[in-house]
Every structure is written in C-alpha cells, then in structure tokens.
Design a protein around this ligand. Sequence first.
Ligand code: PRX
Length: 675
Amino acid sequence: MVEQTQKSHISLDHEKMHAPPEGFFERSTSKPNLADFATYQKMYDQSIQDPATFFGEQAKQTLDWIRPFDQPRFPADKKDDFKNGDLPAWFVGGQINAAYNCVDRWAAKDPNKVAIIYEGDEPDSGRKITYGELLKDVCKLAQALTKLGVKKGDSVAVYLPMIPEAVVTLLAIVRIGAMHSVVFAGFSSTSLKDRILDADSRIVITADESKRGGKTIETKKIVDDALKDCPDVRNVIVFKRTGNSHVPFSPGRDLWWHDELAKYGNYFPPTPVDSEDPMFLLYTSGSTGKPKGVQHNTAGYLLGALLTTKYTFDVHEDDVLFTAGDIGWITGHTYCVYGPLLNGATSVVFEGTPAYPNFSRYWEIVDKYKVNQFYVAPTALRLLKRAGHKYVEPYDLSSLRVLGSVGEPIAAEVWHWYSENVGRNKAHVVDTYWQTESGSHLLCPLAGVTPTKPGSASLPFFGIEPKILDPTTGEELKGNDVEGVLAIKSAWPSITRGIFGDYNRYIDTYLRPYADHYFSGDGAARDLDGFYWILGRVDDVVNVSGHRLSTAEVEAALIEHDLVGESAVVGYADDLTGQAIAAYVSLKKHKLPADADLEAIKKELILTVRKEIGPFAAPKTVLFVDDLPKTRSGKIMRRILRKVLAGEEDSLGDISTLSNPQAVSQIIDVVKTSR
Ligand code: PRX
C-alpha cells in the first residue's frame, strides 16, 4: 500500500471556471466534432452505462476493418473488470491493420495531402511528406523487415531521433504485425541494452547521428555499445541523418536504410492482425529499478488514440497538429504519430528544442505551418515563460485553436501565460492527464465544449470512470470535495494489456493495491464542481521535466559507483523542471581516502547516472550522509528525506520508531549547509 498522501497544497478554487473561448468553432472551417457540453455529457453517460455499444459504434464508424468484429467487448458487462486480474477483450473476432488505418486509407483519398511536416533542428531544414510518399516508404521498409526475417509478433527496437523516418519505422513495423519497442534516444547504451534484451528484439533501427539544439549526438555509437551485450541482434538498419564518414558500421550486421529501401517496390499489403494482437511495447519506470515493458494491443489502442485526438483537440482532416513530445515517450506515439494520422490530419515532427536557435522556435514553427493544435509539457512552458514575452509577441499565432498540456501538473500562472500570450485568449487550453499505461487521455477537457479551471485536468474522457479512494482503507470517497488516490473502476479500450513477460507484476502494480480497480499511482482530488485535480505520484516515481523516473532506478545506477555504500533518491520541487532529483548517499568509509575530494566524487556520481540511464536522469543535488533513516525492518523512510529537503523538518512526525533516529539530525544539518 502507498504512503499516505499529503494534504493538497493546490488551491482547488471552484469559482475560477473558464468557459471555452468565444467563437471557438467559428474559427474552424470544419464542422465541430462535438456540438456542446450537453452532448459530451450525454455521450459520456452512454459510454459508462453501455461501453460495448458505445465503443462498438465508434470503432465501426472511425476505423477500417479487414474483418468486422463479432463482439465489441467481452464480457460486455463490466462488473467483473479487474477482478482477479481480469481485463475484457475488445472488438473480438475483428481483424485490422494499424498502418492501413493511418496511411493507406488517406493515401487512397488524396495521395498529395501532407501527412508529416518535418522541421529539422536547424531552422529552414526539413520537408513535407505526403500520404502517398509515406505509404511508399512504409511499404518499402515493411518489405526490408520481412526479408530480414521479422514476423508477426516479433519485437523490433527503435532508437531514432525525431525525424520522419521514425514515423515510417513505427508504421512499417505494425504493417507486418510486429511490435515496435521504441527507446527514447536520450537513454544511455546501458538502458538501451536492457530494453533490447527484455523485449528480445533481434533487429534495431537507428540513425548514424542525431542533431538536437545545434549539437551532434553519436547515436550509432551508443547503439554499438549497447549491442556488445546483445548477441541475438541480427541486424541494425541505419538511417543516414548526418552522413559523417567516421560513424562505426559493421558490414554484414549493419545495413544502410537507403540501400535497403531501394531494393523494394512501392506497395506491400498490410498483414491482418487480430484486435487483441500486441501492437507495441514502451518501457516506463515503476517503483522498482527494472523498467516495465508496457504492452498495448492493436484495435483498442488505435481507437483510444483516434477518439481522444478527435475530441480532446477537435482535430479534423484539414488540421495541422504539432505535438512537441518525443516519439520515445507515449505522448509522441499517441499524439505525434497515431492520433493525427488515424484522423487523416497533418502532424509536425520537430527534431529540435524550444530554445534553439532561440526561445521563439516553437512560435516560428506555429506561424510557418499554421499549426491549429499545439501540445507540450509544462516544463517547456515554464522555460519559455521565464525567457520572456519578447520571444512570443512578434508572432501572429492566430491559427492556434487548441493548446494542450501534458505530463505534469500545470501551475495556474503558467496556464494563464499560455492562454494569454500564446493563445491570445482565443485558443482553448486543455490540460490532459494520462499515462503510458492508459495509452490515451484519461482526464481532459474537450476542446470547444468543456469549461476549464487552470491547474485541473477537468473531467473524464469517454469510457473512463475515475474514483477517488481513501489511500489507507481503499474505500471509495464519494461525492465532491474529496481527496485521496486516483483509481479507475472499469476498463477502457486503450488500457495496457500487461507488462511484457511479467503479467504478475502488472497485477501487483495496478490491480492488486485497490481491489477491483486500476490504480493510477497518483494522488487526486475532486473539487466542489466535480473537477479532478492531480496531486502527484504517491509511489516512488519522480517526474523531472515531464520524464518519468523511478527513484529505485536512479539508486540502482548510483550503486554502480565503487564508493557508494547506500543511497536514497527523492524528488523535490524545482521551478523549472517541476521536480528535480536529490540523491542522499552514504559512502563506503573504508574505501574513502583521507584526502578524498567530495566535490569530484559528486561529479562522478552524476556522471554514473548519466551513463547508466541518460542525461535527463542526473541528480541535481547530491548529499553525503553517514546513514539513511530506516524502519526496524530496514525500509528507508523516504518521506523523512523528502520533508527535510522541503524545509519541513518541524513536521517529521514520530521518528523514535526508526532503527536509527540519530541519522535524522545529521541529515537536517547536511541539507541546511547545502542550501
Ligand atoms: O503522475 C502523472 C503525470 O505523469 C504520469 C504518467 O507519466 P508517463 O507514463 O510518462 O506519461 C506522460 C505523458 C502522458 C502520471 O501518472 N501526469 C501526466 N499528465 C499529467 C500528469 N500529472 C498532472 N497533470 C497532468 N496533466
């Protein structure tokens, strides 16, 4: 069971309700996807009362099926959802292909319609890819993969920057019924190796080098380091991004993307897959050190991605959607690749960063391509807000209708900055709460119809039945003005079907903590108006710049350093990154030289984490302590460590039950001196 949630510090102000911007729908040339709030309420009620009929109809209308499904949901009745670890099966008997739904059907309608706008790291580098061109490349790579022996159900590892070839890669893999396992290209070779081994991937698709924020990253070299311990990997397909001649290349194993694609014709038929066949794995952090391969199955995931993109963002075929999240995370999967393409819209794939060559980069892109929906994490908005108004002001930005936020709570002042300075009070700000495991939005306003409150993810999407539970007893806290942990009562189409290779861990993590519910891992409140407020993780997961990390994962990296005896990692509030990582470390005294340079050891420890996980996981603060506070059974009391860091040492509660209460006073001293 989780530690008790702390009473919320967020003000749940039910007075501050904002109506959707006036004239929202008039600013689109397309008919609204949802007429009004009453329509949302009616559809929502249907989706909860009879999910089988609701989603069955949606799936028939919005997806193209190779074989129609016999039953939309089995069992149709949701009363046994999550009992004994059970999940319903969706769209039983149906056969479908993800790539067909994303590409072929739009290419048949208009092959010249732009599917992807690629904006390179350097301004003015990039190109547009039509649905017709996308279909050809996807078909060619699908044939290359087939020729290399990839079969339905196999996993293919993907380690690519944000370039159109990443989209081609994902779609080629699902076209032949295989699973992609994308590893964020900011992960180290060790993390990449762990994921390749866990998913048993035999083929890796990567680039020679990557460009980001004006810097060059040695992508292929990282892959080669990872593959030293992956003897089963047969081939690596390498896209030439920079063309630098010194990039390592092993003839036989390594193949150039352009050579492979040149061998094949423009068309290759999609492989029919069953609705519940796996579509991809995406590794995410949990409360232990070992990352979890979250598995999504085909038809349910596709429907979730399609419907949330359509309704949360009011996306139409003529729209240009710019999701700034990386393809290496779920936001990139669902809202840069699948959601926009399933709706036949245009998706912007941006290789760079919001700060390069200056803080106007996003707004330049928005104006250049007349972006209608923009979607980003608050961490980038905090950076841009801090950089100043002068970087936004010169831009027109009148094409923007929807401004999305994702990955972490958005503070009210950032929400207002976004709405006023970027949206010019005409765009609807939608704060979307969801997870890798949910596949698509859980709590979110629907553009143009749902009133919003800055800082609240508002109301549930269709089919989502949120409950607030008492964290200790697991009892449902009914009515409004309640606070506890967030759980979901019944299954929705895009819920993860499990952790790859470890179904028991899935049950233990999500379905066992609170009987008959899916447990989100987040604390939440429902205010007087019934709006939901996410209060942050209640487990050992930290959220740094919208990147999810487990404290145990960072601790496992630190222990790799020779001098580390023990460590405890906690998150603490940071103005820019939301949360930052603090590592409390006790060093092995017997190995420590008398004249040890502690500052140099700190740097080495940070480097160790960068090397073991990736630069984004580096601790911001390292604190050397003699001992860590523990219960009598040996469990480290992270709650105490968090409180001391937050300056709340006066409210530590009873520490006399610790096995080593004397450790606490030294920790308080160390933290005070570090400030
Ligand atoms: O704690 C919640 C936070 O991010 C977690 C999920 O992380 P991940 O699987 O990496 O997916 C991120 C992109 C969906 C959640 O458990 N989170 C996500 N969105 C929000 C959020 N916290 C507050 N507000 C949000 N809108």
